[in-house]
Design a protein around this ligand. Sequence first.
Ligand code: DGY
Length: 332
Amino acid sequence: MEAAMKDHKVYITRMIPERALRLLQGHYSVEVNNEDRPLRREELLDKVRGRHGVMTMLNDMVNDELMDAAGSQCRIFANYAVGVNNIDIPSASQRGIFISNTPDVLTDATADMAWALLLATARRIAEGDRIIRSGGFIGWSPLFMLGVEVTGKTLGIVGAGRIGQAVARRASGFDMKILYTANRPKTDFEKTTGASFIGLDSLLELSDFVSLHVPLTPVTHHLISKHEFGIMKETAILINTSRGPVIDEKALAEALRTGQIRGAGLDVYEREPEVEKGLLDLDKAVLCPHLGSATLETRERMGLMAAENILAALRGEMPPQCLNPEAAKKGG
Ligand code: DGY
């Protein structure tokens, strides 16, 4: 049995935390891209060939082309991310290939990041740091670098899934009123946080801080665009730790430039790693390089979870975080 498993070949498209790598190496022949850069498409297509399991990153496009390249022996693409907008899941299901992700383990880290951006934008932290470093701090003054208060304000959560709810729970220390959108009202969430279910336009009209937590789908692409900036408060701050294309970045740069909203704290971008030029010279935008889940603890948990999903699939079992159980019916 062990010998047969060793014959299974696994590919990991980026370096991952050591413990997760060792877990897989104990069972399979594992190759990892240990250059610290994303593979070019031709390299990726070549590397997945003949693998039984592949651990992919959020910037690896898992489509028919990649699944064809991997071959019919491939049982699983285990995404090292909770978001799976990079994967054609229906096609994987047709082929009997399992797709898994890494939910829950990154909820707190990502919610913390949304709050870090919210506070940094409200209180102009990144701008203040730049001023100090450029020698612009000449002493305390009553009108120097005033930000806005967070306590007592209204927080709008767009998409009250696991991460959205965790962001809302963190607001309890700030006496905030919470509004949220979701596919349906969530009574337990409302009971614990006092949040109110509301439509998107009303949430945008009423919120001082708007934090985005929807998955990227054709429906949420450019969910926040010109019309939405037009109805937000002029004092509003927009936070995005979900996926870049949920915001129309050009429209955002324009809304910030013309004072339609006060600020934005972004961790994700429409054409990552590229950032809309219009945002780069605006102090009103606090920009982070997709660090939502980037803590030592969380990245290790994500790696272990993705590895466990590969282990299960290659044992012929349903991966614990499987997103397409229907693939089992097609699998050989
Ligand atoms: C995810 O898991 O989808 C995150 O964006 C990774 O940080």
